[in-house]
Design a protein around this ligand. Structure first.
Ligand SMILES: *Cc1c(COP(=O)(O)O)cnc(C)c1O
Length: 369
């Protein structure tokens, strides 16, 4: 049997059936149903934030956030992320300006921000990549000096906190993804978390056609609502997410132990004071692309699928390559990390023996490369 890079968490079948049973009585399947409202308040409690606005997926949550904030012009962001972050900006008519990442934790380097700000800059969109938290204090300080909004792509950061402060409380707002492959999921799904009631009201309009009442449509909104089946899955998964994170931690620690001391291989960053969610296990090979690809091929021969996540950089995608502002000359760290990175399989229930097999293959492949 092949070992995939991830495997979606599933609640107990009976538990999910119990959760959706009332829908057969109510016939209420979407539009602020009982399950959605329940999930929303439980997520606000779990993420320790005043307002959570659920969406049908994380990407549309991010697009809605950009729209609700009425942003225009340039947004400084990272090239070391999933296509969604950049696509959301471009699809909303904004111009991404790429800032290099830090060697220490692969997040946007705040020291480079000031050099990228122009009179057209309106916001900063950093990513808590792999669940590593950005240097939010340094980023906010630059933003405050220049009157910029900070919004986070927190797709990887569900349940992550630093010194007791939830990732959901950083910046003006954060987008979370509840996609099936994420630590916590609603099959497809996502949300915006914020302390702002005003922003939350605007998001509700963007999410549901700008409708405010039976006879009133006040803005040109779209449709990006989460339905009751998604919310029911979310309610079930939320009951078990702490256990899932603990099970991920076990896998993470076994990898750390078994891969310790392998030359030319960098283990995932450890951030002081951060309570992580063990979403991914990124390793970076000092030997770059040749070694990384050799390791991935060796794993593939053993039936193990490791992802080159995030390779290539967003700026190198066919749809962006050669575009003005998408060159990578100012992004040496992102380029180097992207060339050397692979994420090893990590999910609750990945057996110790499987982790050991993966580590053995990685060790041998590095030695032979
Ligand atoms: C998953 C992901 C998204 C998009 O979320 P979806 O729920 O899949 O739409 C955005 N940004 C990052 C970094 C992601 O990993």
């Amino acid at each position: 049997m092949r070992i995939n890079v991830t495997r979606s968490s599933m609640p107990d079948f009976e538990e999910f059936c119990r959760e959706i049973r009332p829908l057969w009585d109510s016939h209420w399947l979407t539009n602020n149903g009982e399950k959605l409202l329940d999930l929303q308040s439980r997520l606000e409690a779990y993420l320790d934030v005043s307002h959570v606005s659920p969406f049908t997926n994380g990407h549309l949550a991010l697009e809605a956030l950009l729209e609700a904030l009425d942003l225009e012009g340039e947004v400084i962001t990272t090239p070391f992320t999933f296509a969604s972050t950049t696509h959301a900006l471009v699809r909303k008519g904004l111009t991404p300006v790429f800032c290099d990442i830090r060697e220490s934790d692969y997040t946007l380097d705040p020291a480079l921000l000031e050099g990228l700000i122009t009179e057209k800059t309106c916001a900063i969109l950093p990513v808590h990549v792999y669940g590593c938290l950005c240097d939010a204090d340094a980023i906010q300080a630059v933003a405050d000096r220049h009157g910029l909004k900070v919004i986070y792509d927190a797709a990887h950061a569900f349940g992550v906190s630093r010194n007791g402060v939830s990732a959901a409380r950083l910046g003006l707002a954060s987008m979370f993804s509840f996609h099936a492959t994420k630590v916590y999921h609603t099959i497809e799904g996502g949300a915006v978390a914020t302390e702002s009631a005003e922003l939350t009201q605007k998001l509700a309009l963007v999410r549901n056609f700008g409708i405010t009442g039976p006879d009133d449509v006040v803005s040109v909104g779209g449709n990006a609502k989460m339905n009751e089946f998604q919310a029911a899955m979310g309610l079930c998964n939320l009951r078990h997410v702490d256990g899932e994170i603990a099970a991920r931690r076990h896998v993470h620690e076994r990898y750390m132990d078994r891969l310790d001391g392998v030359g030319g291989l960098r283990l995932p960053p450890v951030q002081p004071g951060v309570k992580g969610n063990y979403a991914y296990f990124p390793v970076v090979f000092a030997g770059g692309r040749a070694v990384r690809d050799a390791v991935c091929e060796a794993l593939d021969r053993e039936g193990v699928y490791a992802r080159k996540y995030f390779y290539p950089l967003v700026t190198d995608f066919e749809c962006y390559r050669g575009r003005d502002g998408f060159d990578t000359s100012r992004l040496p760290v992102a380029r180097r990390v992207s060339d050397g990175v692979a994420t090893l399989p990590l999910y609750p229930g990945l057996a110790d023996a499987e982790v050991d097999l993966i580590c053995r293959v990685v060790r041998e492949a590095v030695r032979n490369a």
